[in-house]
Design a protein. Structure first.
Length: 284
């Protein structure tokens, strides 16, 4: 990929991904505003003091690197608008499949290993007492919202959900329990539909919306049985894990269980973020 020496575009590590993130998420934000800013950056224009893509850069590669390396530690509430904007832009340029694959890579980057507070964490050494692994939680939440909005779901997010509920192959932690709750609050209905074999009866032309094809009707009954078994195990795990969690996480597990039992709609990214990372009273 061509580079321009001495600019933020030397490499993702030089800071351009962080700069784009900041430029895209300056208030006010909406799906349309983020898409407009992203198009401007891809066209080389300055957006909120950030210079856009230099001439000669491959725009598809740039948006792919942005997705693969992005972090939203400070703005998890913005995921819904961000996902819509990214796929709106991708659809315009014919990059939908590429962008979807990039979101898989992004999820793999964060969820391949367990969270840093897990007993079997295999990443770099972490100091004790760092609290929850918020980046891990946000990725789990972000991919769940990606699924709920109709843009696909990563196997790494599915495995993270099972692990967080104590139903997978890895030892769970409070961060992983919180990540599982974030997924079920933000995409529980979508996940239930998926595991029950439901979805669109007809393929969605061009993808970029409502991506969940139903299983063939002859298979539906068997899938529905399996889905009900999954759902029952999820509800039981949300109760069982309360005994293993710290008080804050236990309260979230109970809230998630009650939300699912009540049959409430999936929450937006802003609603999930407010539950997990509530806004301090003085900022409201």
């Amino acid at each position: 990929m061509p580079t321009t020496a001495g600019t933020i575009y030397d490499s993702p590590e030089s800071g351009w991904v962080t700069a784009w993130t900041s430029a895209l998420l300056v208030d006010p934000i909406s799906r349309e505003i983020i898409a407009s800013r992203l198009n401007d950056l891809l066209s080389g224009r300055i957006v909120n003091s950030v210079q856009g893509v230099p001439r000669g850069q491959d725009k598809a590669v740039m948006i792919g690197e942005f997705i693969q390396c992005m972090r939203f530690d400070s703005r998890p509430a913005a995921f819904d608008d961000l996902w819509h904007a990214l796929f709106d832009v991708a659809k315009t340029h014919g990059w939908t499949k590429v962008v979807r694959n990039d979101t898989y890579y992004w999820t793999e980057q964060w969820l391949l290993n367990t969270a840093w507070d897990a007993p079997d964490y295999e990443g770099e050494e972490m100091e004790e007492g760092l609290g929850y692994d918020n980046a891990w939680i946000m990725c789990a939440m972000g991919d769940a919202r990606l699924f709920a909005l109709g843009y696909g779901y990563s196997p790494f997010a599915w495995n993270a959900l099972l692990d967080g509920l104590g139903l997978g192959d890895e030892a769970e932690s409070d961060s992983m329990r919180i990540g599982a709750c974030a997924q079920l609050l933000g995409a529980g209905n979508r996940i239930k539909l998926f595991r029950s074999g439901g979805g669109n009866e007809k393929p969605t032309p061009g993808f970029a919306g409502r991506y969940l094809d139903a299983r063939p009707k002859k298979e539906r009954s068997e899938w529905e049985k399996g889905g009900q078994i999954d759902w029952t195990s999820f509800l039981k795990a949300l109760v069982d894990q309360q005994q293993r969690a710290d008080p804050k996480t236990a309260a979230l597990l109970k809230l998630t269980h009650d939300h699912l039992i009540a049959g409430k709609p999936d929450l937006t990214s802003a609603e999930v973020a407010e539950i997990i990372w509530p806004t301090p009273k003085e900022e409201k």
